[in-house]
Design a protein around this ligand. Sequence first.
Ligand SMILES: N[C@@H](CCC(=O)N[C@@H](CS)C(=O)NCC(=O)O)C(=O)O
Length: 91
Amino acid sequence: MSKIEIYTTRYCPYCSSAKALLTRKQVQFTEIDVSGDSAIRAAMVERAGGRMTVPQIFIGDTHVGGSDELHDLERAGKLDALLEKTKGQAA
Ligand SMILES: N[C@@H](CCC(=O)N[C@@H](CS)C(=O)NCC(=O)O)C(=O)O
């Protein structure tokens, strides 16, 4: 499993936006499509502390939240450091 995980659904503009940012950052991530899978979606909600929207993004041990929070981190200049921390961690 990759150190960066993003839960998504199909036809989700926020998911596309978050994935585009991660792709621009040239990091590998694991996409978990929860469309039509209530068990995986329930696992996502539990892991995300009750958040039910997609995407939900995890970078290493950090629950980032959704696309807005990911972009907030980038605007604040904090995303690179968070991504950097995942380097060297066990996959
Ligand atoms: N502020 C959130 C908004 C996410 C959002 O509204 N996602 C939509 C899909 S694009 C959603 O989850 N809608 C409810 C649902 O699909 O159950 C973010 O930036 O991630």
